[in-house]
Ligand binder design. Structure first.
Ligand code: PMP
Length: 320
C-alpha cells in the first residue's frame, strides 16, 4: 500500500490539522511496542451521483472501538463522531476518486517500558486516494505461507493490533519474494485462517465454506457482506467451519475478501490450479455485486453506505 502524498489534512490529537503536523516522536509507545489498533475503510466515488460513499464506515468504527478496549486504549469519541470526522476530512480534500481511510488509536506517551499503565492514548485518521490493492484483472496466484497465524492467546488477530501485522508482513513478503501474489496463513492447529490482510472463501460443490471465527481470523466486514450477498442474492449456502489445507487444493473456486483486496478470485494455490484455472461463476458474481453495492449502484444496500456529501463543483464555483 503506497501513499500518494496527496493528503493535506489529518485528524490528530482531537482536531483536523495540516497533515505535516500529524507526527509522533520516535519514543512513542505504539511505535516501539506495536501498541496500537487500526482500521481500514474504503470510500467509493460515484461519478453519476457526484458523491463519495464510505462503505460500512460505522461498522468499522464500532469494531475499532471494541478492539481498542482489548489493549486499554481510550478513544473519547463515538462511532458516529468518528464517521463524521472522516466525512469532513474527505470533504476538505475534495476527493473525487476512490479513497482509503486509516483510523489509528495508539499508546502515545514517549517512554521506555512495555506496561500500558499510565500511558496516554491518541486517535488519528488519515484519508488518501487509493485504487486496487491487488491486481483485479486476473485471478491471484497464492501460496500457503511457512509463517503461522499468531495465536489468539498470543496476539489476538481479531483485534487488528498494529504489532500483530508483523505476522502479516512476514507472510505477504515471503509470498512476493517467492513469486506469488498473496499468502494463505494456517493457524497454530494447521487449519486455514486467512490471507495476510483478507478473509478467504472456498466453493465446494456449490456451497461456500469459510474458516470460523475461532480459527484465528479477523472477523471481516467484507466477509459478512459476502455471506449476506451469497445467501440473499444467489441463494448459496455458507458454512463457517475449520478448513483443512488440502481443501485448498481440491476446491472448485477460492476467493479473498476484505476492504483492501475487495473481492479477489484466486486461480492457483501452490502452483495447483483452482477448479478450471479460470475465475469461477460464484466468485465473479459476488465480485460484481460487491462493486455495485460499494459504488452505490444497488439501492437495496444503501444502508451500508455513508454519503460524504461532497460539495458539488457548481456549488463551489458559485460560492467563490
Ligand atoms: N483479515 C485481516 C488480517 C485483515 O487485516 C483484514 C482487513 N481489515 C481482513 C481480514 C478483512 O477485514 P474487513 O473485511 O473488515 O476489511
Amino acid at each position: 500500500m503506497t501513499s500518494t502524498g496527496t493528503q493535506k489534512y489529518a485528524f490528530f490529537q482531537g482536531k483536523i490539522v495540516p497533515y505535516e503536523l500529524a507526527k509522533v516522536g520516535v519514543l512513542t509507545h505504539g511505535l516501539n511496542y506495536g501498541t496500537g489498533v487500526f482500521e481500514g475503510i474504503r470510500g467509493y466515488w460515484n461519478p453519476d451521483k457526484e458523491d463519495l460513499f464510505l462503505l460500512l464506515a460505522r461498522e468499522h468504527y464500532v469494531r475499532f472501538l471494541k478492539n481498542t478496549r482489548m489493549i486499554f486504549i481510550d478513544v473519547p469519541y463515538t462511532a458516529d463522531e468518528l464517521v463524521e470526522y472522516t466525512a469532513e476530512l474527505c470533504r476538505m480534500h475534495r476527493f473525487r476518486e476512490d479513497v482509503y481511510i486509516r483510523p489509528l488509536a495508539y499508546k502515545s506517551s514517549e517512554s521506555i517500558g512495555v506496561s500500558m499503565q499510565g500511558i496516554a492514548d491518541d486517535t488519528a485518521i488519515v484519508v488518501t486516494p487509493f485504487g486496487n490493492y491487488v491486481d483485479m484483472d486476473r485471478g491471484l496466484a497464492v501460496c500457503v505461507s511457512s509463517w503461522k497465524r499468531s495465536d489468539d492467546n498470543a496476539i489476538p488477530g481479531r483485534a487488528k493490533i498494529t504489532g500483530n501485522y508483523v505476522n502479516s508482513a512476514l507472510a505477504k513478503n515471503e509470498a512476493i519474494l517467492n513469486g506469488y501474489d498473496e499468502a494463505i496463513v494456517l493457524n497454530q492447529l494447521g487449519y486455514v485462517s486467512e490471507a495476510s490482510a483478507a478473509n478467504i472463501f472456498l466453493v465446494r460443490d456449490g456451497v461456500l465454506v469459510t474458516p470460523s471465527v475461532a480459527d484465528g481470523i479477523l472477523e471481516g466486514y467484507t466477509r459478512n457482506a459476502v455471506m449476506m450477498l451469497a445467501r440473499d442474492e444467489l441463494g448459496v449456502r455458507c458454512v463457517e467451519r475449520s478448513v483443512g489445507r488440502s481443501e485448498l487444493y481440491t476446491a472448485d473456486e477460492i476467493f479473498l475478501c476484505g476492504t483492501g483486496v475487495q473481492v479477489a478470485p484466486i486461480t492457483s494455490v501452490d502452483r495447483r490450479r483452482v477448479g478450471t484455472g479460470e475465475v469461477g461463476p460464484i466468485s465473479s458474481s459476488l465480485q460484481s455485486m460487491y462493486f455495485d453495492v460499494a459504488r452505490a449502484r444497488n439501492p437495496k444496500y444503501s444502508s451500508w453506505l455513508t454519503p460524504v456529501q461532497m460539495p458539488s463543483r457548481v456549488a463551489e464555483a458559485s460560492a467563490m
